[in-house]
Design a protein around this ligand. Sequence first.
Ligand code: ZN
Length: 138
Amino acid sequence: MQGVGIDDGTTKTHRNYVPEHGMRGPYWYTQSTVDRFKQQYGVYLLTHRSAHDRSAIVVYVGRGRIGERLNVHLNHKAALHFYCLTVADECDGFIEECRLYHQYGKRRHLFNRIHPPRPAGMTSLFPPCWELGCNGEP
Ligand SMILES: [Zn+2]
């Protein structure tokens, strides 16, 4: 996920953001709001406005130290706002990120280039992914 460029220049049909429990936002995607989340660990959604009806559409799903990760993407013009959810650890983060990645249409509908990576050391006791049968395909 290092230095990932989230706008690959292709046209995508993004899905509408669906509010859910625990997800905070929308926050304006600016340096000062990003800095508020410096050391918090969790998952985040980058959103933009639909040209059609101005509703929030999800363009990217990610996880990590929220402030640090959001800083990497800060110059991405397609993102206007972000939402985030803090989680206890990397395994919870992976499960949440997978769920969101699938919910918002995987690589087909997001600027993400790859499926969320499994954390190192996550054992096989955990499900392979939120979506049953997912083997990490785009
Ligand atoms: Zn998956």
